[in-house]
Design a protein around this ligand. Structure first.
Ligand code: GP9
Ligand code: MN
Length: 725
């Protein structure tokens, strides 16, 4: 024992030994924070291993820098300073996470007034007794040095050896990066979620990554001027499509319920999956909405997203501006840019209260920050909903039936009219969300050679059933008649590389599958369901996600002419029907489709290889219109131009007033203060909950003859009625 202690003492009394000991403590404390403070949501052992190794490369690189210092005292001081620095990053993030469920981004740190919103408890209150663990190394090493149990090593480390340490850490870092890329391709370019970056690369790396993001965004912001907004506004004015009198204001004053149909493509509408000779209608409920005479449906509505996927769709739908050409707008700019988004516009045109419901962590796609800039009053993420278990959730969060069920206790507390968005998730790649005891997967799998395609129909069917249950609830609670419900597919679910396997299911030949076919599969549903309205129809107008907001505004009787929005009301006679895809040069119009470098007649799918002069002229005009729209969007979004947009009649959002913590008590307080004037569903229901009106039978329950099978699950009974504050 004594021998071991002596060896330890000797090691610690060398410079390298000291550095490696610091690294060891840093590693230990990081793992401690990973497991006790952060919710890193490991999905597999591979990700756990990544997290276990990721403190080492950069830790060694940084702390190892001290080895370059020759003199004894400066060496130890440098080592302690660097060590303390990485520790401060660690501890600050651990404490911050306890309140915000997010890591400290550089932009949040710079705008500390914004981040302090919701920091109800002082930072001191956030400390725990166990935090002593974070300083135990200081006490231990300090005592050992003070009592001369370990000594300062006066022998300088050779330059070569110091360099070797740096090189080794750089090598380890590349290995870490490589492994991270395997786990999640395009991790850094697409951003996804801060959790993903920390989980794969560690905290100091996340800080560097976030600093770079802020620097890039800030650079573009600083270069942008108000005159660029004038340019953009000129385009907006010329491009403005005035409302159609027939529809203007027909939904005025109603609640707006947006339903984000994850990865839902238009081809699912009315689709029947044939398995062993039996036809199974995949989405009977959504089909009924599509054909309902209370619905204005669109059959040629295209998604316009790129790498930001869901986040791009949200950006387009609620700002009428595009995402970025690379990366995600919400991730890179969402937390800082001034936006005049749907929640803010509706708050100022009709006093709407706004909320988002989503079963994933709030940090995904930087929603927790971007939604504040958009003016969302509340954001009920997975922390507000049922605890995630193997049965009720998958890697992207809580399954849809639970998400809807758990949302009701908050929804019923919102003052009406409300603008709400429900982001579904179960129908997400890899379409295996329904595993687990609940056996929701009663719907048959398709039989192709591609597992991903095979599961797609079952998860879409589950989403359909969840939606039906939610509609049943809306009807039973009386919300339905006072609302309009807008449904949209965010983007493709089956990627182009898989489409040849999908071909046979669509009655096509995989041999002759073309880029035209790929282009047409970018269609997603867009439906505006207006209870009580009887003149619904299916419009064949060509449009995209950018066109949604002006369309909705006009239905609500809101004049959009002063807003910097790039879409056109799909019900307007002025609509030009030019759909820009986010990839340069790709577009769809009723006449032409340009996709992956090829040109087609949209109506027939016939390729145009040798366009005549008139065709050339026409496509030139379309190309110009498309690239103009994207260029204007890019200038607005990357230049943060809306900060100059002061004469649109709208006030900017004061993000310091928005907090996504303690929402339930905030809502209850509002209702209490309003007393008899409270318009929440809960108040109108005589201060009684409406949660029990939500019933979500499983597929098997609906389809088996003996309805008392053990697989029955009524989500309303499986979820607790307790709410998070
Ligand atoms: C995650 C979900 C999925 O919260 O919205 O995003 P996606 O992967 O579709 O972009
Ligand atoms: Mn999505």
């Amino acid at each position: 024992m004594k021998k071991i202690l002596n060896v330890c003492k000797n090691i610690l009394s060398t410079r390298l030994g000291f550095i490696l000991t610091l690294l060891f403590f840093y590693w230990l404390k990081t793992i401690w924070a990973y497991t006790t403070d952060f919710a890193l949501g490991w999905e597999n052992p591979y990700q756990i291993i990544l997290s276990l190794i990721n403190p080492i490369p950069l830790g060694l690189l940084l702390i190892g820098l001290a080895l370059y210092v020759k003199k004894t005292k400066p060496f130890y001081i440098t080592a302690w300073i660097i060590y303390t620095l990485v520790n401060v990053i660690l501890v600050a993030n651990a404490v911050y996470y306890r309140e915000f469920s997010d890591f400290i981004t550089v932009s949040a740190a710079l705008a500390s007034s914004k981040t302090s919103a919701g920091l109800g408890d002082s930072a001191l209150n956030l400390l725990r007794v166990t935090d002593i663990f974070f300083i135990i190394d200081y006490i231990l090493l300090g005592t050992l040095f003070a009592t001369k149990k370990i000594k300062h090593d006066s022998r300088p480390f050779s330059k070569r050896a110091s360099f070797a340490t740096t090189a080794l850490s750089a090598l380890l870092f590349s290995v870490n990066l490589f492994l991270a890329e395997i786990d999640r391709p395009e991790l850094l370019s697409r951003g996804f979620s801060n959790v993903y970056v920390v989980r794969a690369l560690g905290l100091p790396n996340f800080s560097l990554y976030s600093a770079n993001q802020t620097y890039q965004a800030q650079k573009e912001r600083n270069n942008a001027t108000a005159s660029e907004l004038t340019e953009a506004k000129k385009y907006v004015k010329e491009h403005y499509a005035k409302p159609n009198d027939k529809y203007y204001g027909i939904a005025k004053g109603r609640n707006v319920i947006m339903i984000h149909l994850e990865s839902f493509q238009q081809f699912l509408i009315d689709y029947k999956l044939n398995v062993n000779g039996t036809e199974h209608e995949v989405t009977p409920f959504i089909n009924s909405l599509y054909h309902s005479n209370s619905t204005i449906s669109f059959s040629n509505f295209f998604h316009q997203v790129k790498a930001g996927k869901t986040s791009d769709a949200e950006t387009l739908m609620e700002n009428s501006l595009f995402g970025l050409n690379s990366g995600s707008f919400m991730v890179n700019y969402g937390g800082d840019n001034t936006q005049f988004a749907a929640p803010n516009i509706l708050a100022q045109n009709g006093g709407y209260t706004s909320a988002v419901f989503h079963g994933n962590v709030g940090t995904f796609w930087n929603r927790n920050n971007a939604y504040k800039q958009w003016g969302y009053n509340y954001f009920f993420d997975s922390s507000y909903l049922s605890k995630l278990t193997k049965t009720n959730s998958f890697q992207y969060g809580l399954n849809d039936k639970y998400m809807f069920a758990d949302s009701i206790k908050y929804l019923e507390q919102l003052q009406q009219p409300f603008y709400t968005k429900f982001i579904t998730v179960s129908n997400h790649y890899p379409y295996t969300s329904l595993k687990g005891e609940s056996k929701e997967e009663g719907f048959p799998l398709a039989k192709t050679d591609d597992e991903t395609i095979n599961g797609y129909f079952a998860t879409a069917n589950y989403l359909d059933a969840a939606l039906k249950s939610f509609f049943d609830y809306l009807k039973a609670s009386g919300i339905y008649d006072k609302s309009i419900i807008v449904l949209y597919g965010d983007h493709y679910g089956i990627s182009n590389t898989r489409n040849s396997s999908l071909a046979s299911l669509l009655g096509k030949d995989s041999e002759t599958w073309s880029e035209y076919d790929n282009a047409m599969l970018q269609r997603v549903p867009y439906m505006i369901h207006i209870p009580g309205y009887t003149e619904g129809f299916i419009s064949q107008t060509y449009g995209g996600e950018v066109d949604s907001l002006p369309t909705i505004e006009h239905l609500l009787g809101i004049d959009s002419s002063k807003y910097t929005q790039l879409g056109q009301d799909l019900l307007s006679a002025d609509n030009q029907q030019i759909v820009a895809m986010r990839t340069a040069g790709q577009y769809v119009t009723p006449e032409y489709t340009s996709y992956s470098g090829k040109l087609y007649y949209t109506a027939t799918g016939q390729e145009i290889t040798n366009p005549d002069e008139t065709t050339k002229e026409k496509i030139k005009t379309i190309r110009q219109a498309v690239s103009k729209q994207l260029a204007v969007s890019d200038s607005v979004q990357t230049g943060d131009l809306l900060r100059f947009d002061t004469d649109n009649g709208l006030k900017t959002v004061d993000v310091s007033k928005i907090s996504y913590t303690k929402s339930m008590s905030a809502l209850k307080k509002i209702a209490k203060d309003l007393g008899d004037n409270s318009t929440s569903v809960y108040s109108e229901n005589g201060d009684k909950t409406t949660q029990d009106l939500y019933k979500a039978p499983s597929y098997l329950q609906l389809h088996s003859s003996s309805s008392s099978s053990s697989t029955e699950t009524s989500q309303s009974s499986t979820t607790s009625t307790e709410s998070k504050d």
